[in-house]
Design a protein. Structure first.
Length: 661
């Protein structure tokens, strides 16, 4: 059969890609754009796979069965070994909900569609990405889908070389256009789905089908193109970060960089090519696939098991561990299968692959059926773990565009003639539902709640069009005789400073997308003053609920792990000084607004923070939080006394605020 000449420099390129990805994921300073290593892998795969198919088709030797058998032999054994190990470690380490989600990830991955699963999970309430052990398999799913579709595409194309090249280039341009469009409109689809990523693989494919004359470069031209290619990749690795809109236009740098390097070193060895062909780079490139497979689960499980932030020494040790595991996987799993020392025949490898898919898929589905095997945990660990979940009744009160008008409000308490109090806010309002439900019933008053995830209840400061539509719908209900008091609840600091990890996705930005802290604070101050003035003019008394202390970790995870280790939890929490520091501007703003006697400020912090200056995440064996910023139902009930004045004021005979001042 026609074969492709081995190129050491391409293995060196693989080393560049995997080093960038691993150091990025472990937070090594400088490698803020290391995620582009995946794009480097895509271009290399597109080039190598197309070269093999193209040469074999030209020689009349191509076979779909042979092709897919080789792909299965190359990819699946190491992947299956990693998945089995992850399931085994998860048995001892993961909380039931997370183990169940791991099972779901396994099932999707063995069907080669885990990218679709993770794209759908990229939402407001999804588990943090660094707690998904198989998240990195999204890129494998993209490649696997490409391996299925691309040979069929080449078969359908005209037999004329010119037409094939033009068609492939047309598909590349279409995919690139989709990527650019999706980055602006559907960024999660742009990142995870094959149609928006195919152009990167096709960039390598175009190299493989290019006329031989394109490879004839003069020595100096090859040197400069090679140098330029490496510079483009490094610019992306060190210049991009999580805020970079990606892939789209930004992906051109690493993609063009790889194309230039493959082209420049095709027939001549350049200085960059010599570096890539060095023994250490080739060695790392050979183990790059297994290293990539193992680095992310080690990172996730280390984060999951840790009760503190890892030191630089810890991170270095973990990186070396991932490299060791990658080497062992390459030597004892990848190589024996690739060299046909194990399961030599193509039918046998395809049958073994099908059995592996079936067994692992069934194992993953079993974890779904059994809710993650909760009996593995102690009663205390399980009690902490349960705090991670919100009841469906609470989730149902998070409105979106599909919520009909008659379901926009959740209603609690007595449906009497008194005007109801309206609770209006984002998901932090939803987290307080147990308080409003039980308080309204206990006092015989009427409370309605309107909440939508990530939606600040301030006119003109909405995160997106969905939130703007939600606020307009709530405003229509604010007729003077329809609603009495209005309670505004939000994750206020999220819109000023981003989340605890520095993600500014919900922070207030200028029209051009630029973030400035002082500007964000001023916009919130102006917007909230206007909102309060509007409500007061409508005859409403206003209650402003400050946010709870934000933990630097997810308490259910931390507490569950400590319980599994039989370690104390008395010191699990946030320093009160840190809470006051983050809330300083919001506290001043609320104090200014409360100069109006009909504006009341409610602060849950005194209930959650003790005399020692610790804002605890746990009380009496229960997690007070469902994640790093939302109260659990136990936590909500624990802070319930702060809203007692609201329920008392809503009772008949209580004096109400004036319509205006």
């Amino acid at each position: 059969m026609s074969s492709l000449a081995y190129r050491r420099d391409i293995d060196g390129l693989r080393a560049v890609a995997v080093i960038a990805v691993v150091l990025f994921h472990f937070g090594v300073p400088g490698f803020t754009g290391g995620f582009v290593g995946v794009d480097v892998f895509f271009v290399i795969s597109g080039y190598l796979i197309t070269s093999i198919i193209w040469n074999q088709r030209q020689a009349g030797q191509f076979s779909f069965v042979d092709f897919w058998a080789r792909r299965a032999r190359r990819i699946l054994p190491a992947l299956f070994a990693m998945i089995i190990a992850v399931l085994a470690v998860g048995w001892f380490l993961l909380a039931p909900k997370d183990y169940e989600e791991l099972g779901r990830s396994v099932r999707y991955q063995v069907m080669f569609v885990s990218n679709i699963l993770f794209m759908r999970q990229d939402g407001y309430f999804d588990v943090a990405s660094d707690l998904k052990p198989l998240l990195h398999t999204w890129s494998l799913a993209v490649e696997e889908q490409f391996y299925i579709v691309f040979p069929l595409l080449l078969t359908l194309l005209s037999s004329r070389l010119k037409h094939r090249r033009l068609t492939l280039f047309g598909v590349l341009l279409l995919s690139f256009g989709l990527s650019v469009w999706a980055v602006a409109h559907h960024p999660e689809k742009a990142f995870f789905l094959l149609p928006m990523r195919a152009w990167e693989l096709l960039a390598g494919a175009m190299l493989a089908v290019a006329p031989k004359s394109a490879w004839r470069l003069k020595p100096m031209a090859a040197q400069w193109l090679s140098l330029l290619g490496m510079v483009l990749i490094l610019l992306a690795v060190f210049g991009y970060d999580k805020a970079t809109p990606f892939p789209g236009v930004a992906a051109l740098l690493p993609v063009l960089g790889v194309v230039l390097l493959i082209l420049a070193n095709g027939h001549r060895e350049t200085w960059i090519g010599q570096f890539l062909s060095s023994r250490i780079m080739v060695g790392l490139g050979l183990v790059s696939y297994s290293w990539y497979l193992w680095h992310w689960p080690v990172f996730v499980f280390s984060r999951y098991a840790s009760v503190g932030e890892p030191s630089a020494f810890d991170s270095a040790g973990l990186i070396l561990l991932t490299l060791l595991l990658g080497y062992l996987s390459w030597k004892f799993v990848e190589t024996p299968f690739r060299e046909r020392r194990l399961i030599a025949g193509r039918r046998q490898i395809l049958l073994a692959s099908a059995c592996g898919v079936l067994v692992l898929g069934l194992a993953g589905q079993t974890l779904r059926w059994t809710d993650g095997l909760p009996w593995r945990l102690s009663d205390q660990a399980l009690q902490y773990a349960k705090a991670r979940e919100w009841r469906p009744e609470l989730m149902a009160c998070l409105a979106d565009d599909k919520t009909p008008d008659d379901k926009l409000f959740c209603r609690y308490g007595a449906q009497n003639r008194l005007p109801p109090a309206l609770v209006w806010g984002d998901s932090h309002a939803t987290a307080l539902i147990p308080v409003f439900d039980e308080g309204a019933k206990a006092h015989g008053v009427n409370v309605i709640l309107a909440s939508s995830a990530g939606c600040l209840p301030v006119d003109g400061l909405e995160h997106d069009a969905r939130c703007a539509r939600f606020n307009r719908r709530v405003e229509q209900a604010l007729m003077p005789q329809a609603v009495g008091d209005v309670v505004l609840v939000a994750h206020w600091s999220l819109y000023l400073y981003g989340d605890g990890k520095g993600d500014l996705g919900h922070a207030l930005k200028s029209a051009d997308g630029h973030y400035d802290r002082a500007s964000a604070e001023q916009r919130l101050a102006d917007g909230l003053r206007a909102r309060v003035a509007q409500l007061r003019a409508g005859g409403h008394r206003v209650w402003l609920v400050k946010e709870v202390p934000l933990q630097a970790f997810s308490p259910p995870y931390r507490l569950t792990r400590l319980a599994m280790l039989d370690r104390p939890v008395d010191d699990v929490g946030l320093a009160l000084a840190e809470h006051h520091k983050r809330q300083a501007f919001i506290s001043r703003l609320f104090a200014q607004l409360a100069q109006d006697p009909a504006v009341q400020v409610v602060d849950p912090a005194p209930r959650l923070c003790d005399a020692s200056g610790l804002c605890r995440a746990e009380r009496s064996g229960y997690s007070l939080y469902t994640d790093d910023n939302h109260l659990s139902e136990v936590g909500a009930r624990f802070v319930a006394p702060i809203l007692e004045p609201l329920f008392v004021s809503l009772q008949p005979g209580q004096t109400r605020g004036n319509a205006s001042r």
